[in-house]
Ligand binder design. Structure first.
Ligand SMILES: [Zn+2]
Length: 122
């Protein structure tokens, strides 16, 4: 199991768009409304992207993960919001040279506040 597999084990995978995105209730902002504003994509490279379509949501700025990359704080937060145990993600393979090659391609800065940092009700 890699990080993407752990996420897939937690999300509803029955609502999938033609482009391959899973439409889920955003665990950060959508739990009350039950709207499927969250989009989760497992990438061809074995990583994933997550983005929420609610503009006020901290996850409206995409986050994600790729194999051989470190897991960012926002990804940890997202996993916890989904009900996961973040210790699952603590020891992914991590090789600095691979990170330098792949880089972080989730789009946008991952330094922006996550759900917890934004003070959203969870
Ligand atoms: Zn959201």
């Amino acid at each position: 199991m890699n990080t993407t597999d752990y996420f897939l084990s937690l999300i509803e995978t029955d609502k999938r768009s033609k482009s391959g995105w899973y439409n889920i209730v955003c665990p950060c902002c959508g739990c009350d409304s039950n709207k499927r504003s969250g989009s989760f994509l497992a990438t061809d490279t074995g990583g994933f992207r997550y983005k929420c379509h609610a503009h006020s949501c901290p996850y409206s700025t995409a986050t994600g993960w790729e194999p051989y990359s470190p897991v960012s704080q926002r990804v940890f937060d997202l996993y916890e919001l989904l009900g996961g145990d973040t210790t699952d993600l603590v020891d992914p393979p991590f090789y600095e040279d691979m990170v330098a090659t792949i880089g972080f391609a989730a789009g946008g800065s991952d330094a922006e506040g996550g759900c917890f940092a934004a003070g959203a009700a969870v």
